[in-house]
Design a protein around this ligand. Structure first.
Ligand code: S3P
Length: 438
């Protein structure tokens, strides 16, 4: 096995610069799955060639879909139509990706053949009954391993439409059910307890499927057909957030991130940062296909603690590790509550952020659904990221504000969502060095 990677972060704040971050992960996954089901050839520009999306690409190829990547990164998908997928010769390994596994499970629920889905240690520890239950309600055959992956799905068409009132605000659950609903005879509706990202709804419409949606509901009627289209993927706000966080902690200069997706179901992080006193502005708003985009500019900010409103939690769910890190560098206390979902991500993100910030000298009180984080000086030390990409990146940002070097362990999975993170952050002035790379 290759040596574990780690990052040494020396004290030093961002000095500024203009960057573009890699493509949006959620949109990239969906473009592959929808393009595969479409009639005709779909092209995807700005695709995120990170490990999570590459696992989805390999899975779609194993299901008989021809997908090519040109030297400029443009991905071409030869759609096979709603009934053109073929049984894979092996289990589909979705790596570290919950989005890949859960959405694909929904899509495969409607196939006449059965599929096995699995992933790495982290993915195999995450809850899967949240999708298996409603898919079974639709008539799919789904088995899990004590509620987790490996799971098997499909092989018992046709599906029945359902109205599913979800106990959890999760775009992955919503999307899995809607994708199965494409194969059901009638209208499938998902009702959620909180607003979640709506990329599935938007992109399905672009592929020609009428989807009706309100703030907390989404419905579509099957059986449906998808028509190929050209997808342009904006930069991922979840990745841009790390650069913006570094820009807020800077003493001078501006961090400018161009071409970032600002879908309103994703911008909770900007609202939270604003509450914390961040100086971030939105410029050059435009559209890229079905998604709004903009240039985001972060300037040196006097960050202060805040009580994070519960309704912003699902809108910033992936950025909360960064918010924890910035809260530890802010003046005063920040309270995060209603965020128990963080314990079911690539790692238990509450536990890891609390432990890591405490290891750097921060005063943090762990709660079952969040934490109270008191801002104050951070010292150097070693923190665990447990192979969780967003934990590793969040500590890289906090480390810039620490008084001595910080070692961040097990950082290889940064490549799942943000290939090129270290050189990009170096270009903004952060003093990061990677070790253990092959
Ligand atoms: C995603 C949904 C969210 C998010 C994940 C991507 C998606 O997960 O955390 O990174 O693309 O649908 P949940 O649905 O579990 O909240």
């Amino acid at each position: 096995m290759a040596a574990k990677q780690y990052i040494e972060a020396s004290p030093g704040r961002a000095t500024g610069g203009t960057v573009a971050v890699p493509g949006d992960k959620s949109i990239s996954h969906r473009s592959l799955m929808f393009g595969a089901l479409a009639d005709g050839t779909t092209t995807v520009k700005g695709f995120l060639a990170g490990e999570d999306c590459l696992a989805t690409m390999a899975a779609m190829q194993a299901l008989g879909v021809r997908i090519d990547t040109a030297t400029d990164g443009t991905v071409t998908i030869a759609g096979v139509g709603m009934n053109g997928l073929r049984q894979a010769a092996h289990a589909l390994d979705m790596g570290n990706s919950g989005t890949g596994l859960r959405l694909l499970a929904g899509l495969l629920a409607g196939q006449s053949f059965s599929s096995e889905l699995t992933g790495d240690d982290s993915l195999r520890s995450r809850p899967m009954e949240r999708i298996a239950g409603p898919l079974r309600d639709m008539g799919a055959t789904v088995t899990t391993t004590d509620g987790r992956a490996p799971l098997t799905v499909g092989g018992s068409t046709p599906l029945k439409p359902i109205e599913y009132v979800s106990p959890v605000a999760s775009a992955q659950v919503k999307s899995a059910i809607l994708l199965a609903g494409l194969y059901a005879d009638g209208t499938t509706t998902v009702v959620e307890p909180g607003i979640t990202r709506d990329h599935t709804e938007r992109m399905l419409r672009t592929f020609g499927v009428p989807v009706s949606s309100g703030e907390l509901t989404a419905s579509l009627t099957g059986p449906a057909t998808l028509s190929a289209c050209d997808v342009q993927v904006p930069g991922d706000l979840s990745s841009a957030a790390f650069a913006l966080g570094a820009g807020c902690l800077a003493r001078s200069g501006e961090v400018v991130v161009v071409n970032v997706g600002i879908n309103p179901t994703r911008t909770g992080v900007l609202d939270i940062l604003k509450l914390m006193g961040a100086d971030i502005s939105i410029r050059e708003e435009s559209r890229l296909g079905d998604e709004p985009v903009a240039t985001l500019v972060a300037r040196p900010s006097a960050l202060r603690g805040a009580d994070i409103p519960a309704e912003l939690i699902p809108l910033a769910i992936d950025e909360l590790p960064l918010i924890f890190a910035l809260a530890a560098c802010a003046e005063g206390d920040t309270v995060v509550s209603g965020a128990e979902e963080l314990r079911h991500k690539e790692s238990d993100r509450i536990a890891l952020m609390v432990q890591g910030l405490q290891a750097l000298g921060a005063s943090v009180e762990e709660r079952s659904d969040g934490a109270r984080i008191s801002g104050g000086p951070l010292h150097g030390g070693t923190v665990e990221s447990a192979d969780d990409h967003r934990i590793a990146m969040a500590f890289c940002i906090a480390a810039g504000a620490a008084s001595a070097p910080v070692t961040i362990r097990d950082t290889e999975n940064i490549a799942t969502s943000f290939p090129g993170f270290v050189p990009l952050m170096q270009s903004l002035g952060l003093r990061l060095t990677e070790f253990g790379r092959d």
